[in-house]
Design a protein around this ligand. Structure first.
Ligand code: FES
Length: 159
């Protein structure tokens, strides 16, 4: 009986420590985003460092959510999406930093092979056909690419 109580208290303590650390990291990242941001967004890359076909992962703090995203240069235009497949809540880059198909014409989720159009985020092949990646607004300012939080209801980011 006593052992059960001790173990329960130990697990509860670990849980509280985990929550506290998570909150501290969240607040640190939010402060960093405010430092590095302007025009309501966060600077993700310099225009010159992102050649067509390149990808850069990033995170944003959008209200109470941490958003993991990726920025692409597709045929000279920048697009940013939440790094979450529309089939299941897994990142597209199951293989680290592999977002494009081999021919570079589409984005791919390697978990089950969903294929997305890079310019629109629309899933055109695979288990989530017809759904779109969640788009994040992109701005280009003073030679830098910024990504901002989407407006409106962000509850889908909680999944
Ligand atoms: S999780 Fe992406 S295709 Fe299934």
């Amino acid at each position: 009986m006593a052992l059960t109580v001790y173990l329960s208290l130990a697990f509860l303590s670990l849980f509280i420590v985990g929550l506290t650390l998570r909150r501290i990291f969240f607040l640190r990242e939010r402060a960093r985003m405010e430092r590095e941001g302007r025009l309501g967004g966060r600077v993700i890359a310099r225009v010159g460092e992102m050649q067509p076909g390149s990808v850069k992962k990033f995170w944003l703090i959008c209200r109470k959510y941490r958003v993991d995203g990726f920025l692409i240069n597709y045929q000279g235009d920048f697009h940013a999406y939440v790094n979450r497949c529309r089939h299941m809540t897994t990142p597209l880059d199951f293989v680290r930093y592999q977002f494009f198909t081999e021919d570079g014409r589409h984005l791919i989720c390697l978990t089950h092979g969903a294929i997305y159009e890079p310019g629109s985020g629309l899933c055109v092949e695979g288990p989530c056909k017809g759904l779109s990646l969640y788009r994040l607004p992109v701005l280009v300012d003073r030679g830098e690419v910024l990504v901002t939080c989407p407006s409106g209801d962000l509850s889908y980011l909680a999944d």
